[in-house]
Design a protein around this ligand. Sequence first.
Ligand code: ADP
Ligand code: MG
Length: 617
Amino acid sequence: MASSIKILPQYIANRIAAGEVVGRPEAVVKELIENAIDAKAENISLRIKEAGKSLIRIIDDGTGMDEDDALMCFQRHSTSKISSADDLENITTLGFRGEALASISAVSQVELRTRTASGEMGVMIKNHGSEIIECSPVSDSQVSKGTSITVKNLFFNTPARRNFLKTNQTEFKHIYDTFIRLAIANPTVAFNFVNEDEEIFDLKSTDLKDRIMQIYGEEFSNTLIEVNLQNDLISLNGFTSKPSFTKKIKQDQLLFLNKRYVISKSISYAVHLAYEDLIEKGDYPTFFLFLKLDPRKFDVNVHPSKLEVKFEDERSIFGFVRKAVWQALDKNDLIVGINLDDDKTSQVSQPATEAKIFSSAGFTKPANPNVSIPFEKKANVNIHEIYQRDNFVQPGSGVKELPLEVPEPHTQTSAKTYKHDIDDFSGKKSIWQFQRKYIMYQLENTLMIIDQHAAHERILYEQAVDRLNSNANLSQQLLIPIYVDLNAVDFEVVKSIETELRALGFDIEVLSKKKVKIRGIPSDVRIGDEAKIIQEIVDEFKENDVKLNLEKRDNLAKSYACKHAIRTGDRLNADEMLNLIDKLFSTKMPYVCPHGRPTIVKVSMDELDKKFARTGF
Ligand SMILES: Nc1ncnc2c1ncn2[C@@H]1O[C@H](COP(=O)(O)OP(=O)(O)O)[C@@H](O)[C@H]1O
Ligand SMILES: [Mg+2]
């Protein structure tokens, strides 16, 4: 009996393999641009029609190929990038499997033109469905140094796959995302992108910050702060958003591992944790971060279309990333500036995003995204310089080390080294309270506006965290204990946080019958508030628990701070205001309240001058 097992002919094997490598037009774009980058191209142009379904053309000015290589590159497992098993451990190129061109040509009609710098003639090869139908020399004038690959009629011979493709709009979006990732990862490479006959991007060679600006617009790039940290084994650099510009959705979180775009839930989370307490729950930072690691420390040898990476030592990378972002946030002036030119100051609008680009039926060019971002960084005042504050506490590198933010007590001098600039000519203090809500005062040539409640909340929150961490149990004894009656639910809450309440300074005893006896309170609780404050803290704690799902001690610290802080409507005298500002600037993170809202905004002299149409005097 004849054997029923056969080796598949190459073209069928390629077609099957193509299903894995080339899922959609975007994959072709990715593979071909990556090849161009691996070939050290300085200029890459991409042109597509019908979202890549009918045409994808990529032209590069890289090394090019001679005729032998050009014929060879269509073979499966043909690659110039590795030659031994050892090389697999040390991959520095984007490609290495030698599968892309074989797969792409198996399911489309490819025309390749290529010429090396030393080659007098170039070569043109037509490969339709894994079959080379033409191979001819081409003269200098027909092909410049580099490679041009045209991919027509993708999936022409696999109609089932073709039918699986989504609408042009969806397929275009995939290509667009991939293009952006590649363009961001390779800012020194110039890219051009033409869709149908419309130029979507024309990006000149530049650096990362400028590349982000080319793509997302200037205003958006002003909302970013630089990240840069390295040790002997790892480095992380790039940009991340200022806390006030975080978004409700996790888009534009671009992580690159050795310049390759990857997805890592753990790293994204590490970045997010660095913002903990600076942003509201449900907000996400935008970032463009480049992690560099020894290739032996992670596994990229996953499926080409899979972007998730596995790290050998995830824990220490996690800690490193968190620390790097932390330091970046720490170094920056996070005070929100008011742009008086814009009336919609209460709302921070989204930067130019694809959402905007794709909302219209057609595809429009986002080259000059006209985005309005009323809160903008105008780094006229660097609060760190002015206040000469100590450096912030460095977070530890362990994942579990910092479930609750641990502010280190600041040295007394740190907050005292600045001079209030508040005496006017008559010697009167130029600090005042506006609507019993905001404190206005002058700092050099900037008008600072402080939200009294938010500022006090920040101070109290950090105090509470300190106390919880040190288990200080410092309380001020009451002459006569107070008894508070609670309902059954609240009673259970108090029981569950009894130890923590004590650490905060509430000397309480939980009695039966839903009664709580208060023998002492934190020294700064206002007289008369003793009975109320426990109930208020419990109410806030419950609400946070449901809404924000906070860690217990963090929740308690926030609830305490919120309920005990100075309120809108509380009158403050000049000394109290100054005292509040002093204390605020000796906190670890003076710029935001524990819920992530700003505590301070500033109006610069420049802004005012502009508003009054003053120039140069
Ligand atoms: N644009 C290009 N310029 C120069 N050489 C290229 C280009 N594209 C492909 N090649 C050559 O063809 C080979 C096969 O490409 P590919 O199938 O993508 O596999 P891989 O990139 O994994 O090596 C590459 O290793 C490279 O030598
Ligand atoms: Mg490749």
